[in-house]
Design a protein around this ligand. Structure first.
Ligand SMILES: Cc1cc2nc3c(=O)[nH]c(=O)nc-3n(C[C@H](O)[C@H](O)[C@H](O)COP(=O)(O)OP(=O)(O)OC[C@H]3O[C@@H](n4cnc5c(N)ncnc54)[C@H](O)[C@@H]3O)c2cc1C
Length: 497
């Protein structure tokens, strides 16, 4: 469909009938939803500000059904949006009006745990936390631990190259996945990577990971499992200034320590979560740094001592060290529940996950404080300080269109600031629809053309999650013209997407 010409409701209904009829030939009836009341739960992902009903939602139960769905959609020229648990925060799984949603939620079997090879082979709909739960009896676990791990799927993790608290030391999804089976839009089954340490040819596994459902549909994943560390302890350090906290985080890495976790919360965040989790956060502190060490008791004792010295030297005003596993989890609980806690102090939040080099954390936080005044909105910062990955929650009221407009402009300016500080527009949450315009800032036209060429190599008809992630030259030209003074868009009443 031509994006500039709105199809009539009759045309959409006719197309829906055609697509649903074709899909009924490859799927049993209980795997196909097309009535509005049935497809409504799929109209958005974690970026709930944008919603769209698809033509249909399919919930295949076998890899063969996935393949047939893709072949059918390819034949009928129907766009396909893959979906895991829908926890993505950048609109990657948001439906398209002329497309279908392909949910992988029912492909949720743990195929195999191999304690000798220390691997797990999984269907894409297996939840992240379920992997570690299944590996626990063998003393093993899966290291990448997004805060959404109770719900998000390994397929979605692969598509977003998900990260978490422990990724500073143990790597992101891309460092912990050995092999992926996936199906292209044309219905071809392809294997990426291998069970060995390396595989022949180009490393297309790394290209697939983080491709946001645009290259192929993941149907099986083999991940690396790690032995559970003997113990872990966390330091909770208070600072009277966020910039000092950022500098202390950078200093820990600079002295040669790679903590198992190194995260920060600003005062707005600790106030929001304390009532909720009662972790004993220092509410007078402008920032709290959580620095975790894991390993043998000797390793942990040594690292905790060295990190404490660095924190004192960089102005920590109070230091508490967890004395038990329960207390360690309590210290982290606020961080893990920050998104939920934001809902207690604001009707809506808009989450940004720009990333900057560690040395730039302080300057970025200072700029965010200025932007709060500029846009008249509060911003709660909870972030992976160790890898410079911000998770800034801009608080707004979605019932007020002007607040939403300011929140969007605030977010756009924040991402541009990250790029200006030698950082990137995303650390973990992907580009999706949310940061497509910011891609125009991050990459020049030739770089974007190269990314589109890779997309075409995987998906020549351009039907897998189209319109997400990589903007066209025309869109960036339009965005360049639209960018107004200080991040505020001219003509905010005009639709942008
Ligand atoms: C409260 C909260 C906290 C979060 N914390 C973190 C965090 O700490 N770290 C982090 O990295 N993220 C975090 N996220 C974001 C999100 O959970 C991750 O991006 C996660 O990887 C998405 O998984 P999902 O199964 O929900 O995928 P979805 O949201 O359903 O989809 C995400 C993208 O993956 C594609 N996709 C899904 N499944 C497949 C498949 N099988 N094949 C091909 N493409 C597919 C979709 O098309 C979409 O583009 C958080 C989200 C929330 C709501």
């Amino acid at each position: 469909m031509n994006a500039s010409v709105e199809p009539s409701p009759e045309a959409i209904a006719a197309r829906q009938r055609e697509v649903v009829q074709a899909l009924t030939t490859v799927l049993p009836p209980h795997c196909l939803l097309y009535r509005d009341e049935d497809t409504a739960p799929y109209e958005c992902d974690g970026l709930a500000a944008y919603r769209q009903l698809p033509l249909a939602v399919v919930l295949p139960e076998t890899e063969l059904q996935v393949r047939r769905v893709l072949q059918t959609c390819h034949r009928l020229d129907v766009p396909v949006v893959p979906r895991g648990a829908g926890t993505g925060l950048s609109g990657g799984a948001m439906p398209l009006r002329d497309g279908i949603v392909l949910s992988l939620a029912r492909l949720n079997k743990i195929i195999n745990i191999d304690p000798y090879a220390r691997t797990a082979t999984l269907q894409p709909g297996v939840r992240n936390l379920a992997i570690s739960e299944a590996a626990a009896p063998y003393g093993l676990y899966y290291a990448p631990d997004p805060s959404s791990q109770i719900a998000c799927t390994i397929g979605g993790n692969v598509a977003e190259n998900a990260g978490g608290v422990h990724c500073l030391k143990y790597g992101l999804t891309v460092h912990n996945v050995l092999r992926v089976r996936a199906i292209t839009m044309e219905g071809d089954l392809v294997e990426f990577g291998s069970l060995g340490p390396d595989c022949a040819g180009l490393d297309l596994l790394a290209v697939l990971i983080g491709s946001e459902g645009m290259f192929a549909v993941v149907t099986e994943v083999t991940v690396r499992l790690l032995p559970k560390p003997q113990m872990a302890q966390v330091i909770m350090a208070s600072f009277d200034d966020v910039v000092k906290g950022g500098a202390a985080a950078a200093a820990i890495i600079a002295v040669g320590i790679v903590p198992a976790g190194l995260d920060m919360m600003d005062q707005l965040a600790t106030h929001a979560v304390e009532e909720f989790v009662q972790a004993g956060y220092d509410l007078k502190a402008q920032a709290i740094l959580l620095c975790e060490s894991d390993g043998t008791p000797d390793e942990v004792a040594d690292e905790i001592e060295r990190m404490t010295a660095v924190l004192h030297a960089h102005g920590a005003t109070r230091i508490q060290i967890s004395r038990s596993e329960t207390e360690r989890l309590k210290f982290w609980s606020g961080h893990k529940n920050a998104f939920a806690a934001a809902g207690r102090i604001s009707p809506d939040y808009y989450c940004m996950d720009g990333t900057v080099p560690r040395r730039a954390i302080g300057p970025l936080l200072a700029r965010i404080a200025e932007m709060e005044k500029q846009y008249g909105l509060r911003c709660m910062n909870v972030f992976h300080a160790g890898d410079g990955n911000m998770r800034s929650l801009i608080l707004f009221d979605g019932n007020d269109p002007d607040e939403w407009r300011r929140a969007e402009a605030f977010g756009a300016q924040m991402l541009e600031t990250c790029v200006g500080l030698d950082g990137t527009i995303t650390g973990e949450h992907g580009v999706g629809i949310e940061k497509t315009d910011a891609m125009c800032v991050q990459f020049c036209a030739e770089e974007r053309d190269a990314l589109l060429a890779v997309k075409r190599a995987f998906d020549p008809p351009g039907l897998l999650n189209p319109g997400k992630d990589i903007p066209t030259r025309a869109r960036c030209a339009e965005y360049g013209k639209m960018r107004g003074h200080q991040g505020l868009l001219p003509h905010p009443e005009l639709p942008r997407r």
